[in-house]
Design a protein around this ligand. Structure first.
Ligand SMILES: Cc1ncc(COP(=O)(O)O)c(C=O)c1O
Length: 394
C-alpha cells in the first residue's frame, strides 16, 4: 500500500490537527547542521539545566529497590501524593487531601489531554485562549469537543475576555483552559484575577483547568499565585503542575494535578483505561524533589532570569520589541517591523537558515500567534549573547 493511501485512511481526529511546526524547524536545523552551521536552539521549551543532584541520586537508589519494576499505582503512590499536598500547603497555604485531591500524571501534557477526553462531548465548548500551549486546543480537536478560541488582545492586556463571550457560547461552555504564568506571552496574573475566574465559573457552570507549569520560574521577586488561593476555587476546578520545568525533569515524564475531587475522579477513571501511571522509581525521586530546599528551585529561577536579561538587553539593542518577562522561560517577540510582511513560520525559517538560531514560530501556539516568535531560554548565557550577535546580521 502506498504512503498516500495510508494518509487518506487516517482518522478525522488526526487529520483535523494543525501541522506540527517543529517538523519544519527541525528539518531546517538539520539542513543547516549538514552545512556545518552551529545551531543555537531556542525553539522548544526543553530545559537544559541539570536535574538537582539529590533527585538523580534518589532515582539511582530507587532503581535497585526490590519490586520497583512492577506496574505502579496508576494514580500515584500515597507517599508522593502526601509530599505534593505538603508542598502545596507550604508554597501556597492551600490544604489538599492527598487521597482525593491529588493525582500523579505522566506529564501535564498527558493529564490535560485526558481531561479533555474525560469531559468533552461534541456539543460541549472548550474555551481556550489563543495563543496558548498547544495541547489545550489540540486535545479538544482530538477528543471531539467544540473548540472556542478566545484571542489574547493588547487592549485586554493579553487576557481572555471570557466575560464578553456570546451568551449562546456560554450556555454550551463546559471547560475553560487557563495557564499563568502564560506560555507563550509570559503574561502573569494576581490572586484577584482568579477570584473573578471562580465567580465566572460558578455563574456559568464551567469547569476551570488552570495550568501552573511555570509557577516556580519567576523573576525579580515576583511569586505566581495558585488558582486555589481564590476562595471557592476547589468547587470549580483543578490545577496542573509539572516537574519538567521546576526541577528540569522534562524527559522523566512526571507531573501532577490537584483540586476538585469529582473532576480528579473522572480524570483518574479515564487514565486507568489508557495508562499505568509513572514508573515507581521516578515517583520516589519526585518525592525527593519536593523535599528540596527552596534555595535549589530559586537557583533554577535565577539562572533563567540571567538568561532573560542577556536576551532582553540584546533584543533592546537590536530594536526588537518584546515584553521583559516576569516569569516563564520564554521571551515572546513580535516580528520586527522590517520583516512584518512575513508569517511567523517564514520568519523563524529565515532566522534558522541565515543565523543558525532556532526559535518557535508563533503560529504553533494558534493563529493569533502568527505575528510573533518565541525564544526559549534553554541555552547558556554566552550562547544567548552569541545568538543576539548573529541576529544582528539580519
Ligand atoms: C503551559 C505548559 N503546560 C505543560 C507543559 C508540558 O509539561 P509536561 O512536561 O509536564 O507535560 C508545557 C511545556 O512546555 C507548558 O508550557
Amino acid at each position: 500500500m502506498s504512503f498516500f493511501e495510508i494518509e487518506n485512511m487516517q482518522a478525522n481526529r488526526i487529520s483535523k490537527l494543525p501541522p506540527y511546526v517543529f517538523t519544519t524547524i527541525n528539518r531546517l536545523k538539520n539542513e543547516a547542521r549538514m552545512q556545518g552551521m552551529d545551531i543555537i536552539d531556542m525553539g522548544m521549551g526543553s530545559p537544559d539545566l541539570m536535574v538537582p543532584e539529590p533527585i538523580r541520586k534518589e532515582l539511582c537508589e530507587a532503581i535497585n529497590v526490590k519490586h520497583i519494576n512492577r506496574y505502579p499505582a496508576g494514580d500515584g503512590s500515597i507517599e508522593l501524593k502526601r509530599a505534593i499536598a505538603y508542598w502545596y500547603g507550604k508554597r501556597f497555604n492551600v490544604d489538599l487531601n492527598p487521597s482525593t485531591e491529588v493525582l500523579v500524571l505522566i506529564g501535564s501534557k498527558e493529564g490535560i489531554a485526558n481531561l479533555s477526553a474525560a469531559f468533552l462531548n461534541r456539543d460541549d465548548y472548550a474555551l481556550v485562549p489563543s495563543p496558548t500551549y498547544p495541547i489545550f486546543f489540540n486535545s479538544v480537536i482530538i477528543f471531539g469537543g467544540t473548540l472556542y478560541n478566545m484571542p489574547l488582545l493588547p487592549e485586554n492586556d493579553y487576557l481572555p475576555d471570557y466575560r464578553g463571550l456570546d451568551p449562546a457560547v456560554l450556555r454550551r461552555a463546559k471547560l475553560m483552559y487557563l495557564s499563568y504564568p502564560h506560555n507563550p506571552t509570559t503574561v502573569c496574573v494576581d490572586r484577584n484575577y482568579f477570584v473573578d475566574v471562580v465567580n465566572f465559573a460558578h455563574e456559568h457552570r464551567v469547569i476551570i483547568s488552570h495550568d501552573a507549569a511555570y509557577s516556580e520560574i519567576c523573576f525579580d521577586g515576583y511569586r505566581a499565585p495558585s488558582f486555589f488561593q481564590a476562595e471557592g476555587a476547589k468547587d470549580v476546578g483543578v490545577e496542573f503542575h509539572s516537574f519538567s520545568k521546576t526541577f528540569s525533569m522534562a524527559g522523566w515524564r512526571i507531573a501532577f494535578v490537584v483540586g476538585n475531587a469529582g473532576i480528579l475522579k473522572m480524570l483518574a477513571k479515564m487514565k486507568s483505561y489508557v495508562d499505568f501511571g509513572v514508573f515507581s522509581a521516578i515517583q520516589k525521586a519526585a518525592v525527593r524533589a519536593l523535599e528540596l530546599s527552596d534555595d535549589m528551585v530559586a537557583e533554577t529561577a535565577a539562572a533563567y532570569q540571567r538568561r532573560r536579561d542577556v536576551l532582553c538587553d540584546g533584543l533592546d539593542k537590536l530594536g526588537w520589541k518584546h515584553i521583559r518577562p516576569k516569569a516563564t522561560m520564554y521571551v515572546w517577540t513580535p516580528i520586527p517591523e522590517q520583516f512584518k510582511e512575513m508569517t511567523s513560520m517564514e520568519f523563524a525559517s529565515l532566522i534558522v537558515k541565515e543565523t543558525g538560531v532556532a526559535v518557535a514560530p508563533g503560529i504553533g501556539f494558534g493563529e493569533a500567534g502568527n505575528d510573533h516568535v518565541r525564544f526559549a531560554l534553554v541555552e547558556p548565557e554566552d550562547r544567548i549573547a552569541e545568538a543576539v550577535e548573529r541576529l544582528k546580521k539580519l
